[in-house]
Design a protein around this ligand. Structure first.
Ligand code: TRP
Length: 332
């Protein structure tokens, strides 16, 4: 009898310890009481220069607004290495950790976060088409626990630039990932534009970055120029594509400035540092109690042409002065 009650007492004490540890836990590494700090889950699909720039700008802006990692907030940054399964595991953990806010960089990351919670506020960054991705009902009235910034680009504008630089395009290749909604909507616009202008579109959709080499080679054999939208899979292995196109002297028009810096010929697009900054401000607004359901999705309007003069030289193309005077050269 005595033995039994000792065991019960022991179990009770252990349970109490567990409870106390559970209440105070989670932040033992930083040595702070949890009550002081807000938990932010930050999920990024993959590390490529554009998404990295965005992440750094978000964190910098939050800090400028008084939300500093390790101080009054704890940012749990996770990179999913372009794997859908990783995105799900990461976002599930953010939810079970009781995050106060989730920041999701890219369309697939935002979709994964939204798939796990309809309660915790989510701010997304660089989601090309949040309506097509079924994250918000309307840019101006998101309607749920999610809002953020969009890097909507115009395939028309990029193609107009392409036709100014290389007017003889008859067949345009489209290199993109079949699993990214962000690419699908831009490719749809490209097709509409091409039809209007009497251009032929040759598509090469890849399912992962290991297929880019072959897809690029097949396009190089049958196109006058190639276009890639703001596609994460292409962006994360872009040197494979630029090697093929630049040595075949095929102009490669891309969806983002980072892809031009990485060897693409030109784009007409937004500034991703600004987009990150705007995302950081929205995150702060939400931490201060802002309502995601009525906070409009922000679209960037500081578009301009980005060119790579070193690529132009490699493929033997002269970019017209009229374009150069307003463009930023990201070559070298
Ligand atoms: N817009 C992309 C998306 O919706 C993410 C992205 C941001 C991106 N910058 C980029 C993709 C640059 C390719 C290149 O997921």
């Amino acid at each position: 009898m005595k033995k039994k009650s000792t065991v019960i007492l022991l179990v009770f004490v252990m349970a109490l310890c567990g409870l106390l540890a559970g209440c105070g836990g989670g932040d033992s590494e930083s040595g702070k009481a949890e009550g002081d700090q807000l938990k932010i889950g930050l999920v990024q699909l993959v590390e490529h220069p554009s998404l990295d720039t965005i992440r750094e700008s978000i964190i910098a802006q939050m800090e400028a607004d008084g939300y500093k990692d390790g101080d009054n907030i704890v940012i749990d940054y996770q990179n999913a290495q372009n794997e859908q399964a990783n995105l799900k595991t990461i976002c599930q953990k953010f939810v079970s950790d009781g995050s106060d806010l989730i920041i999701a960089i890219s369309t697939p990351a935002a979709q994964a976060a939204f798939g796990e919670t309809q309660d915790i506020p989510i701010v997304f960054s660089a989601v090309t088409d949040p309506v097509a991705a079924e994250l918000v009902k309307d840019f101006n009235a998101p309607g749920g626990n999610i809002t953020g910034t969009s890097d909507l680009v115009s395939a028309d504008k990029i193609m107009e630039l392409a036709l100014q630089i290389t007017p003889d395009i008859k067949t345009i290749g489209a290199l993109y990932s079949s699993s990214e909604v962000n690419s699908a909507s831009v490719i749809q616009d490209l097709k509409t534009y091409a039809k209007k202008k009497g251009l032929k579109v040759e598509e090469a959709a890849v399912t992962n970055s290991s297929e880019i080499q072959q897809a690029a080679q097949s396009l190089a054999g049958k196109c006058d120029a190639v276009f890639s939208p703001i596609d994460n899979t292409v962006a994360s292995a872009i040197s494979v594509a630029t090697d093929v196109f630049n040595s075949a002297k095929i102009p490669f028009y891309v969806g983002a400035d980072s892809m031009v810096a990485d060897g693409g010929l030109a784009t007409y697009g937004i500034n991703y540092e600004t987009l990150g900054t705007e995302t950081g401000s929205m995150a702060v607004e939400i931490l201060k109690g802002g309502d995601t359901s009525t906070m409009a999705v922000k679209v960037m309007d500081d578009m301009k042409a980005y060119v790579n003069q070193s690529t132009a030289k490699t493929i033997g193309i002269k970019i017209p002065e009229a374009i150069l005077k307003d463009a930023e050269d990201l070559g070298e």
